[in-house]
Design a protein around this ligand. Structure first.
Ligand code: ADE
Length: 229
């Protein structure tokens, strides 16, 4: 078993790297990848850089070049659901792309021909996450995560995404990573801790809480690796 752990920003993977010994750095395709062994499990850890293009590239490299056969994503998200507060953990039970728009040709938002509006993560990994949450008494929510190539900082936009996709949280990489994993038959799991509420305060909240929330997510992911090992 070789597990990929992917974040978008350095802060999303640093809490993991800090806990691992004997890390080997490999530079490939304009990015760095960190190989380590943890409790007998081979890990390849990377941050993709922000957004769908970079995360598509990095997820593909992790699977096709580094031979990872499972991918866990760790990072932060903006809350859409009023039940999600800063620091809360949410995993995607499905993912969509809120800024994909060829509606002028009669297609629904988030859809292109031969694609799918929603992509679904691996059920076994979801069960493992639920088990970890139960054993460690951690509150873990589930919901639809909407991805797009924009930092959302407006209540109006957030409400539109909620109404159009019934989404609970939003971020900038999940759907593209899901698409790669789905196409390459690689089980995946997308976890996010809330850093802001995607409203007018989002920029300030993100700067204030991103690092702490990123660590909440990374710690949970490492607990999942414990369970998988
Ligand atoms: N990731 C964390 N907060 C976000 C937001 N408000 N918009 C997009 N991605 C995010």
């Amino acid at each position: 078993m070789r597990i990929a752990i992917l974040g978008a920003m350095p802060e999303e993977i640093e809490p993991l790297l800090e806990k691992l010994d004997d890390i080997t750095r490999i530079d490939y395709a304009d990015n760095r990848y960190f190989k380590a062994k943890y409790k007998g499990v081979e890990l390849v850890i990377a941050y993709s850089k922000i957004g769908c293009a970079f995360s598509t590239l990095t997820a593909t490299v992790l699977i096709e070049h580094f031979g990872c056969n499972m991918l866990l994503f760790s990072g932060v998200a903006g809350a859409i659901s009023s039940e999600l507060k800063i620091g809360d953990l949410i995993y995607a039970d499905k993912l969509c792309k809120h800024d994909l728009d060829i509606t002028v040709f009669g297609h629904p938002h988030g859809f292109v021909p031969e694609g799918q509006i929603y992509i679904y993560p691996d059920n076994d990994l979801i069960s493992i996450a639920q088990k970890v949450a139960k054993e460690k008494n951690i509150t873990l929510k589930e919901g639809t995560i909407a991805t797009g190539d924009q930092f959302v900082s407006s209540s109006e936009k957030k409400e539109w995404i909620k109404d159009t996709f019934n989404a609970d949280a939003l971020e900038m990489e999940g759907y593209s990573v899901a698409l790669v994993c789905d196409a390459l038959n690689t089980p995946f799991f997308i976890l996010r801790a809330i850093s802001d509420s995607a409203d007018g305060d989002a920029g300030v909240d993100f700067d204030t809480f991103m690092e702490k929330s990123a660590k909440v997510s990374a710690d949970f992911i490492l607990n999942m690796v414990d369970e998988l090992s």
